[in-house]
Unconditional design. Structure first.
Length: 491
């Protein structure tokens, strides 16, 4: 259900895979240690030493111990999510160390803990062998709040639910509650592990306050809940199974029948069709640019930067990409997207002054942002005589500046502004017929009515449709309040 939040095209999927493997290796090391401890307590001291050495040097255990540092080394060179792995290893090491404070916590033998500590620290340090060394950690600690403010991955689950009305978040909340109740049950029964308290507190907090960590929580929580249920008596377990089955059926009905959300999950569609480049990325626009040899510097939508770098490598430079290595370029892109009318240089609005200073000759952008709101730059381009629309698809559009180097493209591919807006309305109507429950389409249609044609009443009707689907949507509330104010003023 959650795969549509995390596109398979991004290397973050490696972090999810490696995180699951890391949990397995850590638990396997703990099981090995417990087995050695039981073995050592059942024989004489001399036999114990021999048994422990033999067990530690066995091929299976040796493979497990060597795998953890190698896993962290590989992870750190594929995605920055390895920081989560370092944190989890630290939790395991600290929690096992705290168990020596009281026998009730069932600590492992000191020799086993020393081995566990060495392997764990080796895993943490091996992750620093990457081109950025420790800097990924410092970057996470010093990342500007202004950057996280506009990054949807940093949204808390409550805000994410309000904006997107995603039923997936409800399922996450349910699993978070079940995990918390499972831990409480284990504490009451005296069958808990200190590590699980730290894991639930850490992963639960970060996943609740930032959706980018939700997948990590689920990878840990589902096995934890399953193991906890195995401790419940058979009568109680059957009752819990009935509840879980009923909730599962209700979820499927809600997602598949009512909202048809399952069929719209792009990762599932990619598996079915074999087309691994999702419709979110402007593949058609890229082919258009290449086939028509559009010249000059481009301005691109930030979220597409990485994809465009890959598709245009060694041929063209992108304006900005999702890494936001230059904060000035990042904030400039936001000003361009919002068509900021603040005074700029050369007597131009700020956004046009930025485009001019970089010699931008063509723009490749979507119609809307992830929240469904229309990018203001689209309306600005439609009204600007210097910029000519030459391409439009369901996910992207291209505007070319009326300069001599692209005269041939404009002459053969120009779309009149009226026809261009008409095509967008048609695309939206088709999308609404296919996905009538997607409230973002109505926000976008309302924005298009207002910003491109100044049709205030029609825009208000679209925003009302949004609130019928998602009554929590603040964007629609504010827009509706604004256009109703204009209507009352007779504008």
């Amino acid at each position: 259900v959650f795969v549509h939040l995390y596109p398979l095209e991004r290397p973050q999927v490696f972090s999810f895979l490696f995180f699951a493997i890391l949990l397995y290796l850590l638990d396997e090391m703990k099981r090995n240690s417990r087995a050695e401890d039981r073995q050592s307590s059942s024989v004489t001291e001399r036999q114990s030493d021999r048994a422990t050495v033999a067990s530690a040097d066995s091929p299976i255990h040796l493979f497990t111990y060597c795998s953890l540092p190698l896993l962290m080394l590989l992870w750190a060179n594929m995605h920055g999510g390895y920081i989560v792995g370092q944190a989890v290893i630290s939790i395991y090491l600290i929690s096992e160390g705290l168990k020596f404070l009281h026998p009730f916590l069932k600590p492992m033998e000191r020799l086993s803990y020393k081995r566990f500590l060495v392997i764990g620290v080796s895993g943490i340090l091996s992750a620093l062998i990457n081109p950025n060394t420790y800097k990924a950690i410092t970057l996470m600690l010093t990342i500007p709040e202004s950057y996280t403010l506009y990054n949807l991955e940093f949204l808390g689950t409550i805000d994410f639910f309000k904006i997107f009305f995603s039923y997936s978040i409800i399922i996450y909340w349910l699993l978070l509650l079940i995990a918390a109740l499972s831990l409480l049950y284990r504490i009451v029964k005296g069958r808990f592990d200190v590590r699980d308290i730290f894991m639930l507190a850490g992963l639960g907090y970060f996943s609740f306050t930032s959706v980018r960590y939700t997948a990590f929580f689920l990878i840990w929580a589902v096995p934890f809940i399953s193991l906890s249920l195995s401790m419940v008596s058979r009568t109680k377990l059957n009752y819990i199974k009935v509840i879980c089955f009923s909730l599962s059926v209700l979820t499927i009905i809600t997602l598949v029948v009512r909202e048809k959300e399952f069929n719209n999950i792009k990762n599932i569609a990619g598996i079915e069709t074999g087309q691994w480049i999702g419709n979110y990325f402007p593949e058609d626009a890229v082919r258009f640019i290449k086939n028509n040899n559009i010249k000059g510097n481009m301005y691109n939508y930030l979220d597409w930067g990485g994809y465009l770098m890959w598709r245009f490598y060694a041929e063209r430079k992108v304006y900005v990409d999702g890494r936001s290595l230059s904060l000035s370029a990042y904030f400039q892109s936001r000003s361009i997207n919002s068509a900021s009318l603040e005074p700029g240089t050369m007597g131009l609005p700020y956004y046009k002054a930025i485009l001019e200073s970089y010699g931008v000759r063509y723009i490749i952008i979507p119609l809307a942002g992830p929240e469904g709101t229309m990018l203001r730059i689209v309306a600005a381009m439609i009204k600007d005589k210097e910029w000519i629309p030459v391409f439009l698809s369901g996910s992207s559009m291209i505007f070319v500046k009326a300069t001599p180097e692209n005269y041939d493209v404009i002459r053969t591919r120009e779309i009149s502004k009226n026809m261009f807006v008409g095509y967008i309305f048609k695309l939206l109507d088709d999308a609404i017929r296919n996905s009538p429950g997607d409230f973002r389409l109505y926000i976008l249609k309302g924005d298009l009515y207002y910003y491109s044609r100044q049709m205030v009443k029609e825009a208000g009707e679209e925003y009302k449709k949004v609130l019928k689907i998602n009554p929590f949507n603040e964007v629609a509330k504010k827009r509706l309040e604004f256009v109703e104010g204009l209507i009352r003023e007779g504008k």
